[in-house]
Design a protein around this ligand. Structure first.
Ligand SMILES: C[S@@+](CC[C@H](N)C(=O)[O-])C[C@H]1O[C@@H](n2cnc3c(N)ncnc32)[C@H](O)[C@@H]1O
Length: 390
């Protein structure tokens, strides 16, 4: 592809990303892959170049741009080498007109940027939400002897994490194939450590998804005890057993929950768990480094729906914890509404509980919990709090 054709491809993909953001359709990564699936003439260097333009444009525009062209023109305003490629030649975008709309720059839609600022994030912290994420792995303590890595990687605040540049092909490494390493952000590993899961304990991972944190909990438990992984999404939860097998985890069982009827499905666990992890469904404001277009999809109504669901899941989780046990609330979001405010609301609803201090070796206090941010900690953004039943 010519450099001009790459720009035109990026514009077309961005048009699809914008349409999907408006209708809550497919994520950008999938649309990118689909566009290239039908264009076999494009090589890997074309893909890399187009991908860079697409994601730079998504990162540059705070709110949904009017069009893919307006989004790329936002980049072209500060990049003459890009602007010159709008030359109207074959497969190229049309030349730039004086009245061509240019998407405004920004970190996020105005309401969301205001909510993040009100949640205590300043300018550099906000901008760092859109940095490119490194690639972190977790060394699986259950198979540590097989974790021979071709490159040592950088240490991070999470003891079992090693950091590599984005795109490092770790999934082709022998250690990965042997289940001795997992791809997992260091922040994700730190919030698992906040559970303090011990060998022999009874632990529930209430929103386990495909089990990223379940596997880390099993390793912390040295594969001894009971670990129940639940989720309301059948497809996600079904990915857990094969991952557990590869990782050598035998203590995890899965239970599919019906949204709204979780308590009944978990009646046999009432008051039994030493610890319950609620890695709650959330807005994902802490993960924009990986899917920056997610900020175009969120609106105030969706945020309100999520905060109601989070409070309900915390109440479901509380009923499972034994006296003296603990509940860990985690969101990969930096909005207080989903983090600190959820915890204060929980403590009002549940007088027999208290917030316990957390020493993660990273992060900063926020309300009754700790917040990890890309800017200060180099991890995805998380809020985590540890609540203890008296
Ligand atoms: C942040 S994700 C969990 C990620 C997962 N713990 C991991 O480490 O990969 C939140 C999960 O909550 C699940 N969820 C949504 N509603 C739920 C409900 N009512 N009960 C249990 N899980 C629910 C979603 O399907 C999603 O997998």
């Amino acid at each position: 592809m010519t450099p001009q054709a790459r720009v035109q491809a990026a514009i077309e993909i961005l048009d699809a990303v914008i349409a999907a953001a408006r209708t809550k359709g497919a994520p950008a990564d999938r649309l990118f892959t689909e566009w290239f699936r039908t264009r076999r003439f494009a090589g890997s260097s074309d893909r890399r170049a187009v991908r860079a333009i697409v994601y730079d444009a998504i990162r540059a525009c705070g709110d949904i741009p009017a069009s893919g062209r307006a989004a790329v023109l936002r980049l072209a305003q500060d990049d003459p080498a890009l602007a010159i490629l709008f030359d109207g030649s074959r497969h190229a975008p049309a030349p730039i007109a004086a009245d061509d709309p240019v998407a405004p720059a920004g970190v996020a839609p105005v309401w969301l940027e205001q909510a993040l600022t009100a949640s205590g994030l300043d300018g550099p912290e906000l901008r760092a939400l859109l940095d490119r994420a490194p690639l972190d792995i977790r060394i699986n303590g259950l198979k540590a002897a097989l974790a021979e890595l071709p490159e040592p990687g950088e240490p991070t605040p999470a003891p079992f994490a090693r950091r590599f540049p984005p795109g490092t092909p770790v999934e082709q490494w022998q250690a990965y194939l042997a289940g001795a390493i997992e791809v997992q952000d260091a922040g994700s590993q730190l919030v698992c450590a906040a559970v303090g899961a011990q060998p022999g304990e009874a632990v529930v991972d209430l929103c386990a998804g495909a089990g990223g944190k379940t596997l880390a909990l099993a390793a912390a438990m040295d594969n001894r005890g009971t670990l129940l992984a639940c989720d309301a999404d059948r497809a996600r939860l079904s990915r857990l057993p094969p991952r557990a097998e590869r990782a050598g985890v035998t203590i995890a069982t899965t239970r599919l929950l019906d949204g709204g009827r979780e308590a009944a499905a978990l009646a046999d666990w009432a008051g039994r768990a030493d610890a319950v992890l609620v890695d709650a469904p959330c807005s994902g404001t802490g993960t924009w480094r990986r899917n920056p277009e997610a900020r175009w999809r969120l609106d105030e109504r969706e945020l309100a729906r999520l905060t109601v669901l989070q409070a309900r899941l915390l109440d479901v989780a509380a009923a499972l914890v034994r006296p003296g046990g603990r509940l860990i609330h985690v969101v990969c979001s930096l909005l207080d509404a989903e983090g600190a405010d959820q915890v204060s609301g929980f403590l009002v609803r549940h007088p027999g509980w208290r917030a316990a201090p957390l020493a993660l070796g990273a992060g900063r206090p926020r309300g009754d919990g700790v917040r990890l941010t890309p800017y200060h900690d180099g991890t995805d953004g998380f809020f985590v709090a540890r609540l203890e039943r008296l």
